[in-house]
Design a protein around this ligand. Structure first.
Ligand SMILES: NC(=O)c1ccc[n+]([C@@H]2O[C@H](COP(=O)([O-])OP(=O)(O)OC[C@H]3O[C@@H](n4cnc5c(N)ncnc54)[C@H](O)[C@@H]3O)[C@@H](O)[C@H]2O)c1
Length: 264
C-alpha cells in the first residue's frame, strides 16, 4: 500500500501573487523568479539595468513577467519602482530582497619585508557594499512593508549570507549581511500585526556569476574544499528554499541557512 502525503493546510498559494525580486536579472534572483513563475506567480524583475530584457526572457518561458529598473541604493528610484509596480501589476505580495554586490578585501594589508602597512579597505569599498546590501534592503523592505500593510499582508524574504557570521576578507559584506539577518528578525516582530511574514535565506557558496567571476579564484577553491557536501550549491536549490518559505506560514523571524553545511 502506497503512503499518502497530506497537502499543507492553509499555506500561502503562490498562484496569482505578485512577486518582486530585486537584482532579479541574473543569478539567484532570476532562478527564484523562474521558480515562482512555474507556480503561477506574477513576476516583477527589479534590477539596476536589464529588467525589461530579463522579463522578456521569462515571458518567452511562458511566465507572466514585468521588468521595472530600480537602483536599490536610491530612495527615489525605489519609491518610484514600487509606485509603478502597484499601478502596472498590483500591490506586491512577496518581496525578495536579493540585490547584492561583493567588493572583498582585507581590513589592512601588511608588508612583511618592510614591516609597514601596504593597503587598507577604503571607505568607498566599505560604503558601496553597505549601500547596496544593507541600505538597499532597508529601502526596498520599507516600501514593500508599506504596500503589504495597506493590502492586508504579505511576505518579505531578505537574502543574507553565511558570511553574516563574519568571513575574513569581507568586513563590508559580512557587516551588511549580519545587518540583514537582524532586520529579518526584528521586522518579523514589528510587522506581524499587519500579517506580514519576514523570513530570510543565508546561502552558502552558490554557482552564480558573483561567485564564479567576482570572487578571488584561490579563495573560492579553498572554500570549495571545505563544503561538507563537496560542491557549490545551485541557484535552483536556493529558489526551492524561497518557495518552501512562501508556502509554509510557520516560517517567519528566522534566517534559513542553505549552505551544504559550510561553517564560517
Ligand atoms: N552566489 C552566492 O554564493 C551567494 C551566497 C550568499 C549570498 N548571496 C547573495 O545572494 C544575492 C544574489 O547573489 P548572486 O550570486 O545571484 O549575484 P549576481 O551578481 O549574479 O546578481 C546580483 C544582481 O543584483 C543586481 N544589483 C546589484 N546592485 C544593484 C543595485 N544597486 N540595484 C539593483 N540591483 C542591483 C545586479 O545587477 C545583479 O543582477 C546577493 O545578495 C548575494 O549577496 C549569494
Amino acid at each position: 500500500m502506497g503512503r499518502k502525503f497530506l497537502p499543507l493546510m492553509g499555506g500561502m498559494e503562490i498562484k496569482d501573487q505578485v512577486i518582486l525580486v530585486t537584482g532579479g536579472a541574473r543569478g539567484l534572483g532570476f532562478a527564484m523568479l523562474a521558480a515562482f513563475g512555474e507556480r503561477g506567480g506574477r513576476l516583477v524583475v527589479c534590477d539596476r539595468a536589464g529588467s525589461a530584457a530579463a522579463a522578456e526572457t521569462l515571458r518567452a518561458q511562458g511566465y507572466d513577467a514585468t521588468g521595472i529598473d530600480c537602483n536599490v541604493t536610491e530612495e527615489s528610484s525605489v519609491v518610484s519602482a514600487f509606485e509603478q509596480i502597484a499601478a502596472q501589476v498590483g500591490p506586491v505580495n512577496i518581496a525578495i530582497l536579493n540585490a547584492g554586490i561583493l567588493r572583498d578585501g582585507l581590513l589592512i594589508r601588511f608588508n612583511k619585508a618592510t614591516g609597514k602597512i601596504k593597503g587598507k579597505m577604503s571607505l568607498e569599498q566599505w560604503q558601496s557594499v553597505i549601500d547596496v546590501n544593507l541600505t538597499g534592503v532597508f529601502l526596498t523592505g520599507r516600501e514593500a512593508a508599506a504596500q503589504m500593510a495597506e493590502a492586508g499582508g504579505g511576505l518579505i524574504i531578505p537574502i543574507s549570507s553565511v558570511a553574516m557570521h563574519g568571513n575574513p576578507g569581507q568586513s563590508n559584506y559580512s557587516a551588511a549581511k549580519a545587518g540583514v539577518a537582524a532586520l529579518t528578525r526584528l521586522w518579523a516582530q514589528e510587522l506581524s500585526r499587519f500579517k506580514i511574514r519576514v523570513c530570510g535565506i543565508a546561502p552558502g557558496f552558490i554557482a552564480t556569476e558573483m561567485v564564479l567571476k567576482d570572487m578571488n579564484a584561490k579563495a573560492l577553491e579553498e572554500w570549495q574544499s571545505r563544503i561538507p557536501i563537496g560542491r557549490l550549491g545551485r541557484p535552483d536549490e536556493i529558489a526551492h528554499t524561497a518557495v518552501f518559505i512562501a508556502e509554509n506560514d510557520l516560517m517567519t523571524g528566522v534566517v534559513v541557512e542553505a549552505s551544504g553545511g559550510i561553517k564560517i
